[in-house]
Design a protein. Structure first.
Ligand code: PMP
Length: 360
């Protein structure tokens, strides 16, 4: 086996929801994950029924051209179908771009720091080192994870821009495809399809063809392709999520914390003893992403975010910034072939009821 560099560190998974539930003494459905930077629910358009037709022929391979999906992505991104390369999530495309541009003896530059760890992992697996003296490829995560910042676009070329959080910032390098720029995007974030593992790269027609030549023939399942088509036909509105992000940021400031400005669906909150704080939240069934100098938390929705804010206040020994419920809570999630139902009850709260079935 070809050895990886001594400095290489593989991706490290956070504990599973089942493990957290066991640790916290909760039912798994009560665990709230603020560590994945994904929306709290699938989009209504990603209905279970969407894939029923595809299941009827799941014995067949997808056709590698991905029929209507590639033109639909091209329309959404404002490019031509020849500029689109599909992959099993942005991660698949990050690996593809790394191995297409860099190999043993090359350097890959990665901006800014710290950033999404998979960029360095992909460079390492391609056999390249990390450095910026004469890089064969520069990666830029924009907006950046974990800071949430929108860094300046590097002048270096060739450049691959990870735009996983594009929909929240609406600022793209997609106009620079003919200037040796590749853009990598995903259906995992604003489109709510992280479990489907589907993303795409945008590149000049020539670079896109070179990238496709280095892929296996059908990287995306027919089921995932169908879900992506469904969500593209009914684009998500990120505005309420952005308002909720600003509400959470203000509540964190009321707790004496200083979340960084964010162009994404998450907030980076500098805090001392971050790993210890994250461990204490985990013991209460709340998963945030710990770093040495802070925690990163995804914005979910008001009810879930209030649970986190209230628990944070308790852990920091400060007054709660929200009128939180404190009392008994219950949560039930059920999905069948036709429906997906999620019920949240605050048993001791005031009597406010909202029911949205999505059906007539
Ligand atoms: N890029 C960034 C910056 C991310 O934060 C993530 C997911 N956390 C990804 C890529 C991975 O996206 P996907 O699920 O499409 O592989």
């Amino acid at each position: 086996m070809r050895a990886l560099a001594a400095s290489f560190r593989p991706y490290g998974w956070a504990p599973s929801t089942d493990e957290i539930a066991r640790l916290a003494g909760l039912d798994p459905v009560e665990v709230l994950r603020f560590d994945g930077n994904v929306p709290p629910d699938p989009l209504p358009s990603a209905r279970p029924g969407v894939i029923a037709q595809r299941l009827a022929s799941v014995n067949e391979y997808p056709h590698g051209g991905y029929g209507p999906l590639v033109p639909a992505i091209a329309r959404y991104a404002g490019v031509e179908p020849e500029n689109v390369v599909l992959g099993a999530g942005a991660d698949d495309l990050i690996f593809l771009v790394a191995r297409a541009f860099a190999g043993p003896g090359d350097e890959v530059a990665i901006e800014p720091t710290p950033t999404y760890p998979l960029l360095a992992i992909a460079a390492g697996v391609a056999g390249a080192g990390i450095g910026d003296s004469a890089p064969a490829l520069t990666f830029c995560c924009r907006p950046n994870n974990p800071s949430g910042d929108l860094p300046d676009l590097p002048a270096a070329r060739p450049l691959a821009v990870d735009e996983a959080y594009f929909e929240y910032a609406r600022d793209s390098a997609a106009g620079l495809l003919d200037d040796e720029v590749v853009v990598i995007r995903t259906f995992s974030k604003a489109f709510g399809l992280a479990g489907a593992r589907i993303g795409y790269a945008l590149a000049s027609a020539d670079v896109a063809a070179e990238l496709r030549a280095r892929q296996h023939p059908a990287p995306v399942s027919t089921l995932s392709a169908e879900l992506a088509l469904a969500v593209l036909a009914d684009l998500p509105d990120v505005a309420p999520g952005l308002d909720e992000r600003e509400r959470v940021a203000a509540a964190l400031r009321a707790l004496g914390l200083e979340p960084l400005p964010s162009w994404t669906n998450f907030l980076f909150v500098p805090v001392e003893g971050a790993r210890d704080l994250a461990a204490r939240l985990l013991a209460r069934g709340l998963a945030v992403r710990p770093f040495d100098d802070g925690i990163r938390l995804s914005v979910r929705d008001r009810a879930d975010d209030d649970v986190l804010l209230d628990t944070l206040a308790r852990e920091l020994d400060r007054p709660s910034p929200v009128d939180a419920a404190g009392g008994r809570r219950a949560r039930v999630v059920r999905a069948t072939a036709e429906t997906r139902i999620r019920v949240r009850l605050a048993l001791d709260g005031a009597g406010r009821v909202s029911v949205a079935t999505g059906a007539g």
